[in-house]
Design a protein around this ligand. Structure first.
Ligand SMILES: [Zn+2]
Length: 124
């Protein structure tokens, strides 16, 4: 209810400038918290937590992009950019490549705000 004023379906079209940019915390909160830890060098490479997260990153519905799409893998067919970004999250995580992970995160947030934000807000 509290979102009605800013994000109501009709308000949105009339006043798009009122809609704030979304962050990864808004889009995929569980993975946002995990990726934050990764930047602080946790979990340790090949630890049980690392393996669990890596396994989830391999599932298109459970990875960062999947969480953003409501734990659905439909984006693999409907959005090439999301599919590509999802793959790169897994790849950079596997290589323990923190800087690239962060860049990929920023690329995803930018893409989401440009292409998927409107649908996301309509479904709140
Ligand atoms: Zn997309």
């Amino acid at each position: 209810m509290k979102n009605e004023f800013l994000f109501g379906k009709h308000q949105e079209y009339r006043q798009p400038h009122l809609i704030p940019e979304l962050t990864l915390e808004d889009i995929a909160p569980q993975w946002a918290a995990r990726l934050e830890k990764v930047q602080h060098r946790f979990p340790f490479f090949m630890s049980l937590t690392w393996l669990k997260w890596y396994r989830e990153l391999k599932y298109t519905s459970k990875c960062v992009v999947g969480e953003a799409h409501g734990h659905s893998s439909g984006y693999v067919y409907s959005c090439d950019e999301c599919a590509n970004i999802g793959f790169k999250f897994m790849y950079y995580f596997m290589l323990n490549w923190h800087r690239k992970l962060e860049q990929n995160k920023q690329r995803f947030v930018k893409h989401w705000n440009e292409k998927h934000r409107k649908n996301y807000l309509n479904n709140l």
